[in-house]
Design a protein around this ligand. Sequence first.
Ligand SMILES: [Zn+2]
Length: 64
Amino acid sequence: MPVWELACPDCGHTFRSLVMEGARVPTVWVCSACGSRRAGPRSVEAADPFTTRPGGSGCGCGCG
Ligand SMILES: [Zn+2]
């Protein structure tokens, strides 16, 4: 089940919303706290570039 994490820039409220499978992602999100329509998805955290080191060759322990 896809869960969107949303944030409201007006009041700082963060909330989550479920989007039905196959349904179109809404373009307007209404903040559940203040009712602002400026709420939107937070930056989606994809693969973190810092967790994966730039590939070196070998195991690096000198056993090579
Ligand atoms: Zn709000």
